[in-house]
Design a protein around this ligand. Structure first.
Ligand SMILES: Cc1cc2nc3c(=O)[nH]c(=O)nc-3n(C[C@H](O)[C@H](O)[C@H](O)COP(=O)(O)O)c2cc1C
Length: 179
């Protein structure tokens, strides 16, 4: 399979992070750039206009409120151009067992019909949880493919292992690796 028509879209939060202390580069951002380099495809960052506080408790509170109200926070960057895109590797953290609401804002705003979505979820215990099913339910016209769960602490502490597991995953789901 050629990687043409593939984009890596990611949401990632830096600052104080669960179990890993304060980090300058979020786990998902690190993973997204690994994937983008391995496949030679572009990245798109999903980022809200307002952003989220660095403080973990405060960020958690806002994330919970947004989830409970099924919010669609507005995005800082223009939407990704998906004219020639058929596959999206979607990197996001598990936030309260769900995707950050900003990811829904992005997906609600593009044409997901026929889009293959590969969920790559960073977490600290709960893996993908039900996030792949939530994507299937929310975007029935897309094809949600087999996903990958990666522990955030592993990204910070054992990046070689993480890189290897991403490599294996990408090959398994049929991408061709560049580097
Ligand atoms: C608001 C918030 C909620 C979270 N909820 C969960 C959770 O329910 N289950 C879990 O395993 N990890 C949870 N985490 C941990 C993150 O998923 C984990 O630290 C992830 O690697 C963060 O990725 P990032 O650095 O790219 O944002 C949560 C973190 C935050 C900030």
């Amino acid at each position: 399979m050629s990687n043409r028509g593939t984009v890596v879209a990611f949401f990632s939060h830096s600052g104080e992070n669960y179990k890993v202390g304060t980090i300058e580069t979020g786990n998902g951002r690190i993973i997204a750039s690994m994937i983008s380099r391995m496949l030679g495809v572009p990245e798109y960052e999903i980022c809200t206009e307002k952003g989220y506080p660095d403080d973990y408790e405060e960020c958690s509170r806002i994330a919970k409120e947004e989830r409970e109200s099924n919010a669609r926070p507005s995005l800082r960057f223009p939407l990704p151009d998906i004219t020639d895109i058929n596959s999206m590797i979607l990197v996001y953290p598990n936030w309260w067992g769900d995707l950050p609401m900003a990811v829904y804002t992005m997906l609600d705003s593009i044409d997901t019909n026929g889009l293959k979505i590969y969920p790559v979820c960073t977490h600290e215990d709960n893996g993908l949880a039900m996030t792949d099913r939530m994507l299937m339910l929310a975007y029935p016209d897309a094809s949600v493919m087999k996903g990958l769960a990666i522990r955030g602490t592993a990204v910070q502490e054992r990046s070689d292992e993480v890189e290897e597991s991403i490599r294996k995953y990408l090959e398994k789901v049929g991408f061709s690796l560049h580097s």
